[in-house]
Design a protein around this ligand. Structure first.
Ligand SMILES: *Cc1c(COP(=O)(O)O)cnc(C)c1O
Length: 440
């Protein structure tokens, strides 16, 4: 975890005993060997920076935890869909879990082979199914009877056979934020085991769908093994039942959801080896391929959002640190009340202070932290917001007409811009004054 250590060293400038570290404006604040002050000066802020080595470590860690098991990792593209990140995944043999044609295009462009791509999502349209069949994705994770019937129809029309897995809603509480919980019966995802049982019973009547897989994804940012144990045990019991009833199952997709550390000392992620250990025990009798769909786990802690203080605004009972990143660059705090470490990359000689860290967007919800203790800051100071590699840039918008931030990939002391900052012209490209008024 050398890269992480470097990142923490940079972040530790204030978070812990900053005074003794001597990391300041003049000294380097290194992330994957890159000096963040120089980076911010060259690329400007706000800017998402990702450590290639941290991502590689996560991939390798998961791969080694599952070594010896017939498995495939299909990275959940929505966590961070930058093509360069996807290419990094492709280079390490990681496939993709996609939920739209946009993600399919990105994955293929990045060099992820179609046969390593699984297609999830409750709202697949005729067009999406047709396109995915045309390029030959590995499998569809089917979430409703209507979708299953549509898949049969479209596959028949195209004269191909679609591979499908039934997404089971195992009705377990993932004990995570309600907005990222997906495996309770009240959630829109998947179908009950009772319904899936009927699908398999009728599977023989589908000429162009091979229904031979199971899928379950119960939520995101899961920090306890127990919900996984409950869900996977149910899936495995159902799999055995299906096999006994004459329905062979070639693949079981256990979804994503592995949590990461946003708040040191508070979030204790499940070690990959423990997760793999559970999977080995639960699926000891399963002969097919296990599919993993990690998103956050592979990229979250590999990313930081660099932002600069625009000004310090004293309030009646608190001080606001107004920074140049906003909820449009990182939505998680506004959407989920998510905690992200915020570390001023300043010298260790600053006094302690407490701030509400806010962006310039005209919303009270545009708040990264409330009453956060950190070093005293002044205009121009550089801050690092931690663990923003997942659901950061991929959830970004241009709200308040703020162009999308730049993204850079860091690798052993070098960096490459993997998304240049959007220009004003690019932001409004596609918009036009009414030129032709059409009759419908
Ligand atoms: C979002 C999602 C994932 C990834 O979730 P993480 O918590 O980022 O690992 C995996 N599978 C499906 C079906 C998803 O919707």
């Amino acid at each position: 975890m050398q890269v992480i250590a470097k990142a923490q060293q940079a972040e530790g400038a204030v978070g812990q005993a900053g005074a003794s570290r001597g990391i300041g404006r003049e000294g380097p604040s290194l992330f994957d060997g890159v000096d963040l002050h120089a980076l911010a000066a060259q690329v400007s802020t706000p800017c998402h920076a990702y450590s290639a080595n941290a991502i590689r470590e996560r991939i390798a860690g998961l791969q080694s935890a599952f070594q010896g098991l017939d498995h495939r990792i299909c990275y959940a593209v929505k966590a961070n869909s930058n093509v360069a990140i996807l290419q990094l995944m492709a280079h390490h043999g990681v496939g993709a879990d996609i939920v739209s044609l946009g993600e399919l295009n990105r994955a293929l462009l990045a060099g992820i082979p179609a046969e390593h791509i699984v297609f999830s999502g409750v709202g697949k349209t005729t067009e999406e199914i047709a396109s995915a069949l045309a390029v030959g994705v590995w499998r569809f994770n089917v979430e409703s009877l209507d979708e299953l019937q549509l898949l049969q129809e479209v596959a028949q029309r195209h004269g191909v056979c679609a591979r499908a897995a039934a997404r089971i809603n195992p009705d377990v509480d993932a004990r995570t934020h309600e907005k990222i919980s997906t495996g309770k019966s009240e959630n829109k995802f998947g179908v009950s085991i009772d319904e899936a049982r009927r699908w398999f019973a009728n599977a023989g009547s589908m000429s162009n769908v091979l229904l031979d897989g199971l899928h379950a994804h119960i939520g995101s940012q899961i920090l306890e093994l127990e919900p996984f144990r409950e869900a996977l045990t149910r899936v495995e019991a159902f799999r055995r039942e299906l096999v006994d009833a004459g329905h062979p199952i070639a693949s079981v997709d256990i979804g994503g959801g592995l949590g990461v550390c946003y708040r040191k000392g508070v979030d204790h992620p499940i070690p990959a080896a423990e997760y793999a250990g559970l999977v080995r025990v639960v699926f000891a009798e399963f002969q097919g391929t296990l599919v993993l769909e990690p998103g956050r786990y592979l990229v979250a802690e590999a990313g930081i959002l660099l932002t600069r203080v625009i000004r310090v605004k004293p309030g009646v009972d608190r001080s606001f640190l107004v920074v140049d990143a906003a909820m449009n660059d990182l939505l998680r705090p506004s959407l989920y009340e998510a905690w992200h470490e915020i570390v001023p990359l300043v010298g260790g000689d600053r006094e302690p202070a407490r701030y509400d860290v806010v962006g310039p967007v005209c919303e009270t919800g545009d708040t990264f932290a409330r009453g956060r203790a950190m070093a005293r800051c002044e205009a121009g100071d550089l801050l690092s917001i931690g663990s923003t590699g997942a659901y950061g840039a991929s959830m970004a918008s241009t709200y308040n007409s703020r162009p999308l931030a730049a993204e850079v990939l860091l690798d052993d002391g070098r960096y490459a811009v993997i998304r240049r900052r959007q220009t004003m012209a690019e932001m409004i490209a596609g918009e036009q004054l009414p030129q032709v008024w059409n009759e419908t």
